[in-house]
Design a protein around this ligand. Sequence first.
Ligand code: SF4
Length: 418
Amino acid sequence: MLDTVNDYIEAKLTHSIHTSGAKSFRGCRRRWDWLTRQLYYPRTTAKPLEFGVAFHKAMEVLYDPMLWSKPEEVVTNLAIVTFRRVCEAQYNEYKRSFPSPDLEVVEDYTERKSLGEGMIRHCVQNGRRKDIEAGYRPLLVEVAFEVPIVNPAVQDLERPWVDVLWCKCDNCWDRFCRYVNEEVGPTKLDYRRGIWTGLPVTYGGRIDCIMEGPDGRVWVVDWKTATTLATDREEFLLLDDQVSRYTWAMRYLQYDIAGFLYHELRKAANEEPEPMKVRRLGRLFSTNKQMACTAEVYEATVRENDPGAYAEGLYDDFIQYLREADNRFSARFTVYRNARELDAVGQAIWDETNDMVDPSLRIYPNPGRFNCQNCAFRQPCLEKNSGGDVFYTLSTLFDQREYHYWEKEPLSTDRKTV
Ligand code: SF4
């Protein structure tokens, strides 16, 4: 029975808006229409090994609320085993399709096991251990959410769904028909025009972790792996859409929300350097500036394994360079969101979503250097501009799906969309 908005959400009968779709809408309506309303997805070959997916599985173990009080070494080993299992499963899946694997994929598979293990150990020492010492505790990990978009002008806290936004677009109708055909039998078209209320519009996503801080307030946590750590992250996070909307959604779900913890992890293991085969310029260890190693680890290694050269000061310049180069392997940024900011977020979501589901919305391109240079829809866009056969281009270069990508598979927050 579909009596309440929650019934619709549980039946997955909603018009769900995600942050990526909202960004796409603001960027270019033509692209957004093809992608989120007509469901054209570019034909890409899936990467055989998804490091982010395997690493997030390991983080789920490190921050599993049931394991929070268990011995660190046990949890670390469990996380490493989980990471290896996911990598192995991905590799075996790849080998099923390609029995003679690419040398590049084999090397990647071998390297990523030690890389992942190093990163997990780093996260234990610089994340989990510090969180426990500071009095944080995880409440949930890898949590999918779907909250109705409500009119902020209606402040009925007893019945917060009282002015929910509903949508009657073709996709919602198709979805509803598929549901009722399975559940209660065929429907009639005049029902759509007359009685049907549509589907509730919701905002959905997936959160890596929800943590309670030492003062009892709640934080949304996001883990991101990156090749290099950004230096201007604070500025960007102050206005970031995902930060604002995820915290807004958690407040809707009655959490006493404090803000967002953005934890960035460099895809590199802080490993001890290996000695060179031949001593160079009096040094046994390389001074390559690309080395993935902190000044502390490097200094401890050369002090112990090349004491003569260390005492002579042959490593001093390089150790100083590593200190100054800010050779970090992770960084955590704390972003606060107060009640007023979250109210403003709710208003912006309401306004924007009303535009998105407006039946008389106009669709037009928004060309620009930054918009178009990585757009997957360049070819059909050019075709449309020149009056060519857009349908042919779309149907040969894209797959038209029945559902969005997040409805078919759990979304890794490390993965990007078009
Ligand atoms: S190429 Fe540019 S204008 Fe065309 S759909 Fe993509 S972003 Fe929009």
